[in-house]
Design a protein around this ligand. Structure first.
Ligand SMILES: [Zn+2]
Length: 256
């Protein structure tokens, strides 16, 4: 009797285990199915977002012009990618301007090439991700932030047509609008808080003067090729004190 009970108990456990096994594999199959469907939906959504932005832009004449520009730049990307800085830009000159504006402590300025503090995290920037916008409405990134030919590149180069408006990436005060910095050509520096600045170089024309206050998105200059440059482009920097930050870590995601 004891052994019969034992057998029944054991077979009950087996049945229960088999049922659990079936249930588990059914759940796994459903999970896999849901995952595949979710990934497909995400892919479709991404394409749809691009389409939605295109539909939105097609609704106005300005939007249609911008779309046409995006498409033309995409076709000319191989040519535009040849337009960037031509050699070193005057790091010492930038630090002198930032020091004069009180953005860089006196002891940190005037030592170009010296190891500085590590670049701050994007989250540390006072303006915050939502407060920044791209300085051009269309273009092709021809040189990323980082090292270029074994030298540091403190900004990002965006090639575009000569004369295209350059916009303030965030609200700020103009602390420099001139052409006396080595290699930068016509350049503007905006101060956004007591330590954050942005810089716009190689402009054909400067549209604001030192001391002016500008809103985010205000036109401040035109794209050009002044200074050390291989063709029309904007060299754009964001700094916290003297440390350059990768603009892509601060700006919203962009199609260029
Ligand atoms: Zn550059």
């Amino acid at each position: 009797m004891a052994s019969r009970l034992h057998r029944v108990a054991r077979s009950g456990r087996c049945e229960s285990r088999t049922r659990e096994g079936r249930t588990t594999s059914r759940v796994r199959r459903r999970l896999a199915c849901v995952t595949v469907l979710s990934l497909s939906a995400l892919l479709v959504a991404c394409q749809t977002m691009e389409e939605v932005s295109r539909i939105y832009l097609r609704a106005t004449p300005e939007g249609r012009k911008l779309l046409a520009k995006w498409d033309r730049y995409a076709e000319l990307a191989d040519v535009l990618k040849k337009y960037h800085d031509d050699g070193d830009l005057g790091e010492r000159d930038v630090l002198a301007v930032l020091k004069a504006a009180g953005v860089v402590p006196a002891r940190a300025a005037g030592r170009p090439g010296a190891p500085g503090p590590p670049p701050p995290e994007a989250a540390q920037l006072a303006a915050g991700r939502n407060a920044w916008g791209w300085p051009l409405k269309a273009g092709v990134v021809s040189s990323e932030y980082g090292r270029r030919a074994a030298r540091p590149h403190h900004g990002i180069d965006i090639a575009a047509d000569t004369g295209e408006p350059i916009y303030a990436a965030a609200a700020g005060d103009v602390i420099y609008s001139d052409n006396k910095m080595s290699g930068y050509g016509n350049v503007i520096i905006l101060k956004h808080d007591d330590k954050t600045t942005s810089l716009y170089a190689h402009a054909r024309r400067l549209g604001v003067r030192r001391g002016q206050r500008v809103a985010r998105g205000a036109p401040i200059a035109d794209v050009g090729s002044t200074g050390r440059s291989t063709g029309p482009h904007l060299h754009f920097e964001i700094r916290v004190a003297d440390a350059a930050v990768n603009p892509r870590s601060v700006l919203p995601k962009s199609r260029f």
